[in-house]
Ligand binder design. Structure first.
Ligand SMILES: C[S@@+](CC[C@H](N)C(=O)[O-])C[C@H]1O[C@@H](n2cnc3c(N)ncnc32)[C@H](O)[C@@H]1O
Length: 250
C-alpha cells in the first residue's frame, strides 16, 4: 500500500509523530526563548506541531519540509486553525533536496525522527549545521540502542545493528562537529507506549470504519508485525531522545 497512506492512518491520532510527549515538546519550546526575528527550518515537519508551537510562543518565521502529502495537508490545516497569520509555511518535498537560500542563515534547524533523509544521525547533523547560523540551535530527534539489539529483533524489523548509536554516541556525534549539547529530552516507557499504542488504536479504528478498503489486510498485517516486534524486543531495546545543541557563539 502507499507508504504515505499507511503513515497517515497509523499516525492519525498523533499530534507529535515521534515518541516525545506533547508535554516534553512544550518544555523544549519554553527552554528556547527565541527572539521574534528567529528563522526556523524543520525538516520532516510531520503535522507541523513543533514549528506551530514555536510560532505561537515567539512569533518566529519558518518553513517545514515534509514528503508526505497527508502530513503537509494536516500541518496546513492546523496552522490555518491556530495561527493563520503566522510567517510559516509547509512545503511538500524531499528534505534531502531542501537548499536554504544562504548557508548558515537559520536560527534553528531541526529534524525530529527522520535521519534516514540524510543517511543517518551524523549526516543529519552535518546537514543541519550547514543551515544554522552561529549561535543557533541544531535539534535532532534520534533513536538509540538501550542494549545490543537481539538478532530476532533485527530480523523482524529489517534494521541493522549500525542503524543507531548509543545515547552517548549520538551526543558525541554532535560534539565532534563543534556542537555544544545544552539539553536532551529523553522519552520514557510511558512516552513510547503512547507513541506505539496510538498506532494500534488508530489502525483498529480505521479497520472498523473502512471494512472495504482493499489495503486493509496489508495495513493490519504490518501493524501487527510492528506491534509484536515492539512488545517482544523493541520496548527493552530502543530509546529515543531529542538532542538539543547550540552551534558556536552568536
Ligand atoms: C517519525 S515522523 C516525524 C514527524 C515530525 N518531525 C514529528 O516529530 O512530529 C517522520 C516524518 O518524516 C517524513 N518524511 C519521510 N521521508 C521524508 C523525506 N525524504 N523528506 C521529508 N520528509 C520525510 C514523514 O512524512 C514523517 O512526517
Amino acid at each position: 500500500m502507499d507508504t504515505w497512506k499507511f503513515y497517515g492512518i497509523t499516525h492519525s491520532e498523533h499530534v507529535v509523530c515521534n515518541p516525545t510527549s506533547e508535554q516534553k515538546l512544550g518544555q523544549l519550546v519554553d527552554l528556547m526563548q527565541l527572539p521574534t526575528d528567529a528563522h526556523v527550518v524543520d525538516i520532516a515537519s510531520g503535522k507541523g506541531e513543533f514549528l506551530i508551537c514555536l510560532a505561537e510562543a515567539y512569533g518566529v518565521r519558518g518553513v517545514g519540509i515534509d514528503l508526505s502529502p497527508f502530513f503537509v495537508a494536516e500541518a496546513d490545516r492546523r496552522l490555518g486553525e491556530r495561527l493563520p497569520e503566522a510567517g510559516i509555511s509547509f512545503a511538500q518535498m524531499d528534505g534531502a533536496e531542501f537548499e536554504p537560500d544562504n548557508q548558515h542563515s537559520f536560527t534553528v534547524a531541526s529534524c525530529l525522527g527522520a535521519s534516514w533523509i540524510f543517511g543517518g544521525h551524523e549526516g543529519t547533523l552535518d546537514a543541519l549545521v550547514n543551515m544554522v547560523a552561529p549561535g543557533g540551535w541544531v535539534i535532532a530527534g534520534e533513536p538509540y540502542w538501550l542494549r545490543e539489539p537481539p538478532e530476532e529483533y533485527l530480523l523482524a524489523t529489517g534494521l541493522t545493528s549500525d542503524a543507531f548509536g548509543s545515547h552517548i554516541e549520538n551526543v558525541e556525534a554532535g560534539e565532534r562537529r563543534g556542537l555544544d549539547l545544552v539539553h536532551t529530552l529523553v522519552s520514557n516507557k510511558d512516552d513510547w507506549d503512547r507513541y506505539e499504542g496510538l498506532q494500534w488504536y488508530a489502525s483498529s479504528q480505521y479497520a472498523r470504519a473502512h471494512r472495504d478498503d482493499p489495503d486493509l489486510p496489508e495495513l493490519l498485517e504490518l501493524v501487527a508485525k510492528d506491534k509484536s516486534a515492539y512488545l517482544r524486543w523493541g520496548r527493552e531495546t530502543v530509546g529515543w531522545a531529542i538532542y538539543v545543541f547550540r552551534y558556536g557563539s552568536a
